[in-house]
Design a protein around this ligand. Sequence first.
Ligand SMILES: Cc1cc2nc3c(=O)[nH]c(=O)nc-3n(C[C@H](O)[C@H](O)[C@H](O)COP(=O)(O)OP(=O)(O)OC[C@H]3O[C@@H](n4cnc5c(N)ncnc54)[C@H](O)[C@@H]3O)c2cc1C
Length: 427
Amino acid sequence: MSQHQSYVTDLPQLLIVGAGMAGLTLAAALADQPLAIRIIDPRPAPAPEQWPATFDPRVSALTQASENILRRLGAWEPMVQQRVSPFQHMAVWDGDGTGRIAFDAAEAGADHLGHIVENRVTTWALLQQVQQADNVVFEPLGLERILEAEGGRWQVILSDGTAFIPDLLVGADGGRSRVREQLGFRCRTWAYGQSAIVTTVTTERPHGDTARQVFLDTGPLAFLPLREASDQRNSHCCSIVWTLDQAQVPGIMALDDTEFRAQLGQAFEHCLGAVTHCDRRFVFPLIQNHAVDYIQPGVALIGDAAHSIHPLAGQGINLGLLDAAVLAEEIQRALPLALSPGDDLVLRRYQRRRKPHNLLLMSAMEGFKRLFGMDLPPLRVARNLGMSTLNRHPLIKNRIMVRAMGLDLGWQGDLPALAQPELLADF
Ligand SMILES: Cc1cc2nc3c(=O)[nH]c(=O)nc-3n(C[C@H](O)[C@H](O)[C@H](O)COP(=O)(O)OP(=O)(O)OC[C@H]3O[C@@H](n4cnc5c(N)ncnc54)[C@H](O)[C@@H]3O)c2cc1C
C-alpha cells in the first residue's frame, strides 16, 4: 500500500471513510480482490512505539467469531504478539439480590470464552495487513462533503480538497458518522442519560481470567481481565466500565484517586479485594443508535456508523466486524458476475443479512438494561430467581455461552465464512 497512489484505474473503486476496526476489517477482507480501495482517516492507528506504557483505556471483549475473522485476515497472530487477554470464566450477578450466573469455557468444550483486547492492538494489527495489500491505499485525510454526481453516484470531497467518485462509498466512521449525517440516513436513538467511566485498575487479588459484571441500581459495572503479556498468568489488572447516571459522573470523576478506588471497590463488593491502583479515568456518554437503513444507492454503513450499542452487551465491535465480513462476502460474490460493488443487489443482500440480527441483539440488550434498571421488588425477585435457575441448567447455559462466543447462527445471522469455526468453514 502506498500513501498517494494514482487513481487512474479500470477497476471498480471503493472508498472507505474511517480506518477504525470495522473499516480496516472491510479493507483487509477485500485485499487482493479486483478492486481499487481507498481508505481515509485523519487519525490513523498509532504504531506500538508510540503507545504509552499504560493499557489503552478502550478495550473490547472479542468473541470467538471475531477472533476467527481476525485470524483469517492474518491480524490475530500480531495481536497475540502484542497482547490479548483470554478469559475462561464469566460471572454476572445482581448487586441488589442473590441472583448469580457463572459460565465456564470448559462446560462449552472450549478453552476460552473470548478475549479482552485493547482497541489499539486490533486496529494496529489490521492496519499492518491492509498496508501489505497492493489494491488498498490509505490516506490520513478526513471527509469534507458529499455531493450528488451524475448517474446517481456520489462525489466525495476530501479534507485536502480533492474530489472522488467511487462506485461504492462505505461509512465506517463511527458513532458520529459524517457519511450518515450528510446523506440524511434516519436513525432510531435511545438516549440513556448515562455515561461510562472507563479506566484500568489493579486489584489486591488476581482476576483468574474471569470477566465479571455486577448489575447495580445505576447500571452495570464490569471488571474485564487484562494480561500484561498474552501468556501471563495471575494478572491483577482489569479494565473497568462503570455505568452511571450522568448526574453522578462529575462527582465520581472529581474524587481523588484514593477515594475513587475506595468507592469503586465498594461498588464491586471487593470481589477481588481492594483496588490498589487506578490509571487515568475517561468518560464515554452512552447512546444506543440504529440507522433505519444501512444502505442508499451506492452507499453502505458498517460498524458504529450503522449502530452503536450499550456496552453492557460487550457486542459493539463484534457486530461491526460481522458487518464488514458480510459486506466483503457480498461484494466478492458480485465481482465474478460483473456487478459493481455498489450495485443495489449487493447492498440489499448486505442489509438483509445484517440488519435484523443487529436489531435483535440491540432490542435484547435494551430489554436487559431496562429489566435491571427497574427497582420494583417483584421484578428483582424474578430476575434473581431467573438467573439462579438458569445457573442450574447446563443445556440452556450452554446455548447462552455459544451466543456470547458469537457462534450462534440464529442469533448472529448467517455467519460469513470468515467468522465460522474452522470445521464449519472448511466443510
Ligand atoms: C465504554 C465502552 C466499552 C465498550 N466495550 C466493548 C466491548 O467489550 N466489546 C465490543 O464489541 N464493543 C465494545 N464497545 C464498542 C466498540 O468500542 C465500538 O463498537 C467500536 O469501537 C466501533 O468501531 P468502528 O470501527 O465502527 O468505529 P470507530 O472505532 O469509532 O472508528 C471510526 C473511525 O472513523 C474515523 N473518522 C471519523 N470521522 C471521520 C471522517 N469525517 N473522515 C474520515 N474518518 C473519520 C475515526 O477517526 C475512527 O478512526 C465499547 C464502547 C464503549 C464506549
